[in-house]
Design a protein around this ligand. Structure first.
Ligand SMILES: [Zn+2]
Length: 406
């Protein structure tokens, strides 16, 4: 068995339970995963450092004095019922790619660092991409350490504890050393499998907007109020939900989801008085998100005018799409060709640490297929064949990127 498959199997034992893998940041099982990373890195003589929020770096030296680092990595934490590949694959593959360079005696101009970002999933402390946000300065380190989990334990306390905390020795964060960032990840969607290719080069990470919609109508007796006189909040909400679905289909390359809905008073014989629901719209193209939002708002206006209800739409969050660096994408394309493989361009619907890194350095991502497009579940899987190709492509990408980044 190759190292990437063996190591993924080893990590998959850490935090395993009936419904999946639970490896939240700064828990004993997540610390054990960081320990494994440290052991593998030290065995190859890579210099290991960690910062105060738990980001871990294993550095393979370059030959040019003063050159900044090419960072390559992903995350070791999981959602509460996660699988064996989301995040862990990118971290293990980064180490394996460094080892592949060793085995070929391939010197690089730049140092190359395999990195395990802390807490990407946000499944214990309420901040996604925690480690990469702090590292890149998008989120303040002291504020991150003060974040509490559901039991009131702060990240600072959790990282100071012996059973889930930091490994020995903390280095100062230095984001200025990053020349470029590469991340290899499982696709978590169905496109690569459908297209029959082993590799995808990410065009952009989707932007995302979240809304809370409140529809106020009028309650009444389900048997006595004539249909024409009703202000049924749920019927109005249903029209808006279908309008969002239709708009995302028409706009293309976009998705709209209503995943949460509350009906009041929620009784079989009472006309719904009030409905609140969430809307989540994502696309790699902001204009398409605009189009879906516009359709949602037009539908709300229509309900206001026709249905004896009032609709309020509150935008809770708006994150712009993150395009990947064109030069790095081209380098990845050359690397894939050099190893005799084929790749297609794909957008990323899910968020990744690469969003944060793209703010400070040229950034690109490679995807390998997810069987059945499934992820964030115990059944998440990628074929051993594709896992191996991903590592080979990543090592070749490092070599290509090393030729031109400064
Ligand atoms: Zn991930």
């Amino acid at each position: 068995m190759s190292a990437v498959i063996e190591r993924l199997a080893e990590l998959a034992q850490l935090g395993r339970h009936d419904a999946g893998i639970d490896r939240a940041l700064a828990t004993p099982q997540e610390r054990r995963a960081r320990e494994r990373f440290a052991t593998w890195a030290r065995a190859r003589g890579y210099a290991l450092t960690q910062d105060d929020v738990g980001n871990l770096f294993a550095r393979r030296n370059g030959v040019r004095d003063g050159a900044r680092s090419i960072l390559v990595g992903s995350h070791l934490d999981t959602v509460p019922t996660g699988g064996a590949y989301d995040g862990a694959y990118g971290v293990v593959a980064a180490l394996c790619a460094l080892e592949a360079l060793d085995e070929r005696n391939a010197a690089t101009e730049h140092p190359v660092e395999a990195v395990a970002w802390a807490g990407e999933e946000g499944s214990r402390f309420p901040l996604g991409c925690l480690g990469s946000s702090v590292f890149t300065g998008a989120y303040d380190g002291a504020s991150a350490l003060a974040l509490s989990d559901a039991l009131g334990t702060t990240l600072g306390q959790a990282l100071a504890a012996s059973d889930g905390g930091l490994l020995d020795g903390v280095s100062k964060r230095d984001e200025t050393r990053v020349a470029a960032y590469l991340e290899l990840h499982v696709e978590q969607g169905p496109i690569l499998e459908r297209e029959g290719v082993s590799l995808g080069i990410v065009t952009a990470i989707a932007g995302q907007r979240r809304y809370r919609v409140a529809v106020e109508g009028t309650s009444g007796h389900a048997g006595t109020v004539p249909m024409a006189r009703r202000g049924d909040a749920l019927c109005a909400a249903a029209e808006m939900i279908l309008a969002a679905e239709r708009a995302a289909l028409v706009a293309g390359e976009s998705v709209a989801t209503v995943g949460s809905l509350t009906v009041e008073p929620n009784a079989t014989n009472v006309i719904p008085r009030r409905v609140t629901f969430s809307v989540d719209i994502r696309s790699p193209d902001d204009a398409r998100i605009d189009a879906v939002e516009t359709a949602l708002r037009e539908s709300a206006g229509d309900a206001n005018a026709r249905r004896r209800v009032t609709v309020a739409i509150e935008r809770l969050e708006a994150r712009a799409p993150t395009p990947m660096d064109p030069k790095l994408r081209a380098a990845l394309g050359r690397a894939v060709a050099a190893i005799g493989e084929r790749a297609i361009d794909v957008p990323s619907g899910a968020g990744h640490d690469a969003i944060c890194l793209a703010r400070i350095a040229p950034t690109a991502m490679l995807f390998v297929p997810s069987i059945g497009g499934r992820s964030h579940v115990a059944e998440e899987e990628t074929s051993p064949h594709d896992l191996e190709i991903g590592v080979t492509a990543l090592a070749a990408s490092i070599v290509e990127v090393d030729k031109f980044v400064i």
